[in-house]
Every structure is written in structure tokens, then in C-alpha cells.
Design a protein around this ligand. Structure first.
Ligand SMILES: [Zn+2]
Length: 503
């Protein structure tokens, strides 16, 4: 990260000069101030090569054309903006750009739901039931499964489809139950945070039975890595619940089995794609659990960290912060690793809220008190000057997920995302996509588009994109040596990208 050496002196000099002026300020001083401020942003200190400058000029022209459009995608809800973004030349370029790592993703929402509908629900022994609140649940079973509370009787999808003349409607309905994305008016379908969070959690429960079936699980994860690889992402850090994987006869496996499966599939994927750097996982538990369950989870995480040091990156909590318990409630469990002298990096979601001043709003400071390695979202950070300062000084990066924050109704117009201010002063940030399949997105490019075109404003440039990609490796959980290797690999890809696209 560039250190703004000498800046205070320059600013002081310029301002002294300005305030002592009695006539119209000197345009050269004005230019110097503008230049100085622009150099403070993310990537502001990056020196571009000739080829990079040519590409940057091209990008600048594209961005000017994009911002002049009447329908400016970052100002719109992503569900309405998606097709416009797909047609954007900046987006095509971002898809080709080597983006480094995706550091904030969740296990059950990384694969396009269309793949699940077409490839998973058509497998034999797939049963479905409909819940009282009109969500759906799935299970694969060699015999009729036991009835589920508050759900209709199970029906095998193969039999249901056989009775239908046209299965498209059923497939569409299943798909709609697996993602928040809708082609209806998003504000009408999800009028409040409560409604969108309830739908979000129901859809995760629907995904659960489909994905955690052993043969599907392996293919699902491989497919997820493929989607990120195709989007030019070379490294993934995944929040995982390590839920039980189950077999057709109903037998289940423990969390170590799930972790080993992640490890095996990651290795297989890397063997087939040598330019993919790898995967690490962050063991996560729902923040709705009680203190003793949390203690058990932290103990389990410590054991897994010891047994699987290559793939285990650390620990986090998931679920809605506003309705869950604050981090401070779990202080005893979260202190266990330090008390026992066991290294256990934390990667806490914190500040994914606009409930200023509440108990939950203290999660940012608490996450920093517990020495979190990064902050998931940190949407509320600009309202916490001390947390902001600590995060900056300690290099605790924010994992900014623009589309997620918009769909979950923290911000409407992505030009107003709080990360705009943070990026204008080169606060440590990385861009990620949280649950892309849940939002109708994929990979990282859509979120990079929103960050670059939306809150990056007209001044963010190729240097900003380059810095964001470098940040995603520098702020990853990889060891310093691995980071050097990953950066070297990324640099080669970057050079190719620049030479192929700079005219
Ligand atoms: Zn998240």
C-alpha cells in the first residue's frame, strides 16, 4: 500500500498559499490539489506502463460514455441493471481482467441456480416438499423420506414431472425458490430488510438438501470453482458451514469429512487448471446459536485448524447481524484460542447494518478487539472513526460486497455506497460477491463493475483496478511466501491482459 509520505506538508503549503491569496487562486495550484487528491485514492500511487496507460485511456472513454447514459446501472437495483451491465464494454473488459482472489463468499451460493435445476433436480431419488410458508425443501433418498414438519408429503420429482405436460413452469418455480433474483419489481417483492432476509434464509434451506447430498456436493463445488475460474479469479476463500454431507441411505458424515472433500476437490481442480492458485476455507457458524454451541464450534475450529492447516483459514459467524447476537455476547468462546495459545484467525462479518448506535453496531469495534484479520462488509465503518482508524493502521481490510449490500437493502444507489469514501482515501478494501448465485450474479465481475463504475466514480482508473486485484492477494490468508507466488502468477496474467486489450 502506498504511504502518503509528505502529503500533509504539501497540503499545508498549498492551503497556506491559497488562503494568503487575495486574487483569483492560481489554476496551477488548483490542478496540484486535484492531482494530489486523486493520488490518495485506491491505486492512486500505481505507476502505469505505456501499455497500461493506453488501456486506461480506453477505459476512461468507456466510463464517460457509460455515465452519460440515461439508465446508469449502478443507480438501479441490480436485478434491473444486470442485462444493461451484461451489454457494457467495461463489463466485458472486467470479465477478462485477472481479478486475483475472491475473499468473501458463502458455500451454498456460488453456483448458478440454473445448473442446480437442470443438473441436480433431474437426478433419480430427488424428493421435494412444499413448506407452510411456500418455500421448498429437497432430499435425495433411496426410500420415501420421513415426513418433515410443516411441509407437504414428499414427492419424487421424477414422478411429478412425468405427470406434467409442460415442466418448464415447475422448473422456473424451483429456480425462483433457490435465488432472490426476480424479473418482477424487486422493491415490490422485497419491500423491507425483514422480508428480504426471511426470503434469503428460506432459499438457503431449500438449497441445503440439494447441495449436501454427497455426489452432488463434489460436483457442485467443482462447478463453483469453474464459474470463478471462468471469470478470471485465481484464488478463493470460502465461508463454509461444514454441514453434514449425506448419502442416499440417509447416513451422514462429520465436519472433518466435509472439509476433506473441499480439500480433495480443490486439489483436483488445481490439477486440471494449473494456473488456479487454490482454495482456503473459513469455518462459519450461525450467530443465532447459544453460548455453549458457540464454544463447541470454536473448539472444533481449533481442532480442524490443527488437522487441516493448508485449507483451514480461520473462523467466522454468519446470519443477519441485526437479529442475531452481538459478537460481545460470545466473548468467552472467542477468547478460547488466545487463552490456549492456539492460533485461530478470525474473519468476522461486522457492520453489515444501518442500525447506528445499537449493540449490533458495536460489532466493528468488537471484531477489532478480537484481532479480526479482515472485516466482512464493514458497511457501517465510516460511522465509526476509531474502528476506521484501527482498520487502516492495522491493515485489516474490508471485504466490500456492493451487490449484496444493495439487494439486502442497506443502500439503493451504489454511487452512495460507503466504500466510495473509503476508496477515495485508499482504505484497505477488497471487492467480493458474497452470495452471487442468490443475487443473480456470478463470479466477481458484476461486483467489480459496481465498484469501478458506481462508487469508484469517473476518477477511479486502471491503477485502482490493479490495486484491488493486488489487495485481494495481499489481504488473503495465504502465507507471505504463498502471496509472493500468487502475485507473480497474477502479474503474468495481468501483463497478458494488458497487452491483449491496450490499443
Ligand atoms: Zn457474507
Amino acid at each position: 500500500m502506498a504511504v502518503p509520505l509528505q502529503r500533509p506538508h504539501v497540503v499545508c503549503l498549498l492551503l497556506c498559499c491559497l488562503t494568503s491569496c487575495l486574487s483569483i487562486p492560481d489554476p496551477r495550484q488548483r490542478d496540484a490539489l486535484i492531482h494530489l487528491e486523486a493520488s490518495m485514492q485506491t491505486g492512486g500511487q500505481v505507476v502505469l506502463s505505456d501499455a497500461e496507460q493506453r488501456l486506461d485511456a480506453l477505459l476512461f472513454k468507456m466510463k464517460q460514455e457509460e455515465t452519460a447514459k440515461e439508465d446508469f446501472p449502478p443507480a438501479m437495483h441490480f436485478f434491473k441493471a444486470r442485462d444493461l451491465i451484461k451489454g457494457s464494454p467495461i463489463f466485458s473488459l472486467l470479465q477478462k481482467m485477472p481479478k486475483g482472489g475472491a475473499l468473501h463468499l458463502h458455500d451454498l451460493a456460488i453456483v448458478d441456480v440454473e445448473w442446480l435445476v437442470k443438473n441436480v433436480t433431474y437426478r433419480p431419488y430427488c424428493y421435494m416438499c412444499i413448506t407452510d410458508n411456500r418455500s421448498i425443501r429437497f432430499i435425495f433418498s433411496s426410500q420415501l423420506p420421513k415426513p418433515l414438519q410443516r411441509c407437504s408429503p414428499w414427492i419424487q420429482l421424477k414422478h411429478l414431472r412425468a405427470k406434467m405436460v409442460n415442466v418448464t413452469e415447475l422448473d422456473n418455480s424451483i429456480r425462483n425458490n433457490l435465488t432472490l433474483y426476480t424479473d418482477q419489481e424487486p422493491e415490490a417483492v422485497y419491500p423491507s430488510q425483514d422480508v428480504v432476509w426471511e426470503a434469503f434464509e428460506q432459499k438457503f434451506l431449500a438449497l441445503w438438501g440439494l447441495v449436501m447430498y454427497a455426489p452432488v456436493f463434489r460436483e457442485y463445488f467443482y462447478q463453483g470453482l469453474s464459474e470463478f475460474y471462468m471469470d478470471n479469479v485465481m484464488y478463493v476463500e470460502l465461508r463454509v458451514l461444514l454441514a453434514e454431507i449425506y448419502e442416499l441411505d440417509g447416513s451422514t458424515h462429520d465436519s472433518a469429512f466435509t472439509l476433506r472433500t473441499y480439500q480433495d476437490i480443490s486439489r483436483e481442480f488445481k490439477a486440471n487448471h494449473p494456473d488456479f492458485f487454490g482454495v482456503r476455507v473459513i469455518f462459519s457458524i450461525h450467530r443465532g446459536v447459544n453460548a455453549s454451541v458457540m464454544t463447541g464450534a470454536v473448539e472444533e475450529a481449533m481442532k480442524l485448524q490443527k488437522d487441516f492447516p493448508d485449507i483451514m483459514a480461520g473462523f467466522d459467524m454468519v446470519g443477519r447481524e441485526d437479529s442475531g447476537k452481538p459478537l460481545w455476547d460470545f466473548r468467552e468462546a472467542l477468547s478460547l484460542p488466545a487463552e490456549r495459545g492456539v492460533p485461530m484467525p478470525f474473519f468476522f462479518h461486522a457492520g453489515e447494518t444501518n442500525l447506528q448506535g445499537t449493540e449490533v453496531d458495536q460489532n466493528l469495534l468488537d471484531a477489532l478487539l478480537f484481532n479480526t484479520s479482515r472485516i466482512g462488509h464493514g458497511f457501517a465503518l465510516p460511522r465509526h472513526p476509531l474502528a476506521r482508524d484501527l482498520s487502516r493502521r492495522r491493515g485489516v481490510a474490508l471485504e466490500v460486497c456492493p451487490i449484496s449490500n444493495q439487494v439486502m437493502k442497506l443502500v439503493k444507489d451504489l454511487r452512495n455506497h460507503p466504500a466510495a469514501g473509503l476508496m477515495s482515501e485508499d482504505h484497505p478494501v477488497v471487492i467480493s460477491s458474497d452470495d452471487p448465485a442468490m443475487f443473480g450474479a456470478s463470479g466477481l465481475s458484476y461486483d467489480f463493475y459496481e465498484a469501478f463504475v458506481g462508487f469508484g466514480g469517473i476518477r477511479s482508473h486502471l491503477g485502482s483496478l490493479k490495486q484491488l486485484a493486488i489487495n485481494s492477494i495481499r489481504y488473503s490468508s495465504l502465507t507471505p511466501q504463498q502471496q509472493e507466488e500468487a502475485l507473480a502468477q497474477w502479474q503474468t496474467k495481468w501483463n497478458t491482459f494488458v497487452s491483449e486489450n491496450a490499443f
